[in-house]
Design a protein around this ligand. Structure first.
Ligand SMILES: Cc1ncc(COP(=O)(O)O)c(C=O)c1O
Length: 390
């Protein structure tokens, strides 16, 4: 790696086998809606212990399809955490529903079941939990709330492909689970997403939805020698190409090794920060096998004597691509103006936002890069005389 290049916070890993898999599709008859799509769906479903999988063009499309499948519409409320990418809440809005923000646990930043309970109304239709940073939420507790109130339980697991809790894979813990294959995620298809479920009915609705709401695909029309088709419901073009699915199949075979590498980097960070007061990694829930899409620390500025913004700037200037995940969604202008949200709505999330920092983590992060992150981090904290509030 060049000495001047920024170490990013996340990065894909595409090898020769991946490239060969893509080239093979480019040389075949089917660039889209061909055999690689079903193959990718089957291997992902098997990997995450689900019976149905529907491949779509992005994690955002997958969230939209999930909200469509469970019938979210105007007047319906969906409870979700504010510490997530905006796409989570936007999926509810796309269906005309109302996102209702419930606060997160202060140590894991995962949806707090107690806060969810307090937000349930007669209009609530679903809980949309987010497996933030790659750690599954407390689905046992969320399931109790969902069942008591007749709600669908949906997981935005865009960070958590390959994670599990007590041998149960993320993908089998909620009614519907959404994954993303954006380059920064556990595996990539360039852009891409998937929804998994055990419900054949929801899967069939989503398959139609990704294909303009048309009830048959061209394979069925070819088999029946007919040109006729019916658009029976509203839909989009959310299809994922065979080119992307071939890449996905090839990438998925490497997932277990990559998760192990991420976990090893996370353990090294934990160890490195263990003697640094005020640098607090997020708490790992008991029984969880963490996918470590992100490695996040919460800074206690009174202990470190350095502000998050100072640390962010100093690390970036030293070539460490730190990041902040995320600006709480309810603080974005669109949500304030459309839904009247704002500061004070989720105080735990808002306080955590002021303190959080994401550090580089990805399978191909070299030892010398890791060392550079840690040494620079220590040097900035130890040398900083930055006054609190700067
Ligand atoms: C939690 C979460 N949900 C949804 C998405 C959207 O996924 P995509 O970028 O594949 O549309 C992302 C992407 O960053 C995400 O982090």
């Amino acid at each position: 790696m060049s000495a001047n290049r920024m170490i990013p916070y996340g990065r894909q890993w595409v090898d020769e086998l991946d490239i060969q898999a893509v080239v093979a599709v480019l040389e075949s008859d089917w660039l889209t809606t061909g055999p690689r799509v079903q193959e990718f769906e089957q291997v992902v479903a098997h990997c995450v212990q689900a019976s149905e999988a529907v491949a779509v063009s992005s994690g955002t499309a997958a969230l939209h399809a999930a909200m469509y499948a469970i019938g979210i519409g105007p007047g319906d409320e969906v409870i979700l955490p504010p510490i997530t990418f905006v796409a989570t809440a936007n999926a509810v809005v796309m269906q005309g529903g109302t996102p209702v923000f419930a606060d997160v646990d202060s140590e894991t930043l995962l949806l707090d079941p107690g806060a969810v309970k307090a937000k349930v109304t007669s209009k609530t239709k679903a809980i949309l939990a987010v497996d933030y940073a790659g750690q599954p939420c407390d689905y046992e507790a969320l399931r109790v709330i969902a069942d008591r109130n007749g709600l669908a339980l949906v997981a935005d697991a865009c960070h958590a492909l390959g994670a599990s809790e007590r041998e149960r894979r993320v993908g089998s813990l909620a009614d519907l689970t959404v994954f993303s294959f954006h380059p920064i995620k556990a595996i990539t298809t360039g852009e891409g997403g998937m929804v998994v479920t055990d419900s054949p009915e929801w899967a069939s609705r989503m398959r139609r939805f990704r294909n303009h709401g048309i009830s048959t695909d061209h394979h069925q029309r070819l088999a029946h020698e007919t040109w006729e088709y019916q658009m029976v419901s509203f839909g989009m073009n959310y299809r994922l190409t065979d080119i992307q699915c071939a890449l996905g199949v090839s990438q998925l075979s490497k997932l277990p090794g990559w998760i192990a590498m991420r976990q090893s980097i996370a353990m090294q960070y934990d160890q490195a920060f263990s003697d640094m007061p005020g640098i607090n990694p997020l708490r790992r829930r008991e029984g969880v096998d963490h996918a470590y899409h992100l490695y996040i620390v919460l800074l206690d500025q009174h202990q470190t004597g350095v502000t998050r913004s100072h640390l962010f700037r100093a690390l970036r200037e030293s070539g460490i691509g730190v990041h902040v995940h995320y600006i709480p969604v309810h603080l974005h202008t669109f949500y304030r103006e459309r839904f009247g949200t704002g500061p004070g709505l989720c105080p735990v999330a808002e306080a955590a936002y002021e303190r959080m920092l994401s550090l580089p983590i990805y399978p191909r992060l070299h030892d010398d890069e890791f060392e550079k992150v840690i040494t620079t981090f220590r040097a900035v904290v130890e040398s900083s005389s930055c006054p609190i509030g700067a």
